[in-house]
Design a protein around this ligand. Structure first.
Ligand code: SF4
Length: 248
């Protein structure tokens, strides 16, 4: 039986892996630290992942398309969004399924571990129902133990002495930048902190003819960001963010 931690490269999934290493009922050799890369995160994400893997003494298992978010957009001829999340499906979910098929071929059974926290009970419920329907085991150690993402971050930073990916300074998740499933408040942060990526996404909308939001293009949204002095205040609580499958 393999115990597969979906390792996004974020603090929560790192801490889930740590909890597994401390669980005496789980043979160390059976812990799999699975990363399905999107090659589109902040530049220090890989450093973080490697440092965490070394600290836990578990080699990372990497399985991916070898494609970044922009290449995924070009191949699909569409721009992803909350209602068209093909990037998650193709870069994350399909890769995970391929890895599970590989385990099956090797005659291995598995349990999947995901870093959803106690404040993400809706995602936990949905994922539990989906996996039950497939006859699969999935566990959420942080939600089960009531450990919040902020606690994971402070342990990693202050006790493990591993610097967190720089994206956490301004964004909630260490996701692709930009993450096309983010809401307008999230895109405001991208516009402010990662203007190059914002512009590239806006140009993709113009080039391809799809928009992230149904009611506004990213170029129009940028004008709002520039003109509306109240925007920042208004958006503080409007992240309306639907995270990618294993981005925690
Ligand atoms: S993090 Fe966002 S942009 Fe990247 S694959 Fe997931 S949903 Fe898509």
């Amino acid at each position: 039986m393999k115990h597969v931690v979906m390792f996004s490269g974020g603090a929560a999934s790192s801490y889930v892996a740590y909890l597994l290493t401390k669980d005496k009922s789980i043979p160390f050799k059976d812990i799999v630290f699975l990363h399905t890369p999107t090659l589109s995160e902040c530049e220090d994400s890989e450093k973080f992942r490697l440092k965490v893997a070394r600290r836990l003494k578990i080699p990372m298992t990497v399985w991916g398309r070898g494609e970044d978010i922009w290449e995924c957009i070009d191949r699909n001829g569409a721009v992803p969004g909350q209602f068209l999340p093909f990037c998650t499906q193709q870069l994350k979910q399909e890769m995970k399924e391929q890895y599970f098929r590989y385990l099956k071929k090797c005659g291995e059974d598995w349990t999947e571990y995901v870093g959803y926290g106690p404040d993400e009970w809706m995602r936990v419920q949905k994922a539990t129902a989906r996996n039950e329907a497939l006859g699969r085991n999935v566990r959420f150690p942080l939600a089960e133990k009531g450990i919040k993402s902020e606690q994971c971050k402070s342990i990693i930073r202050d006790e493990w002495k591993i610097e967190l990916p720089s994206a956490y300074a301004t964004l909630k998740h260490n996701n692709c930048i930009p993450c096309f499933k983010g809401g307008k408040g999230y895109w405001y942060e991208v516009w402010k902190n990662y203007p190059e990526q914002y512009r590239k996404a806006a140009e993709k909308e113009s080039e391809i003819g799809y928009t992230v939001f149904k009611d506004i293009t990213l170029f129009e949204l940028e004008k709002k960001f520039q003109n509306d002095k109240e925007w920042e205040e208004m958006q503080m609580n409007l992240w309306d963010f639907i995270p990618c499958e294993c981005w925690t």
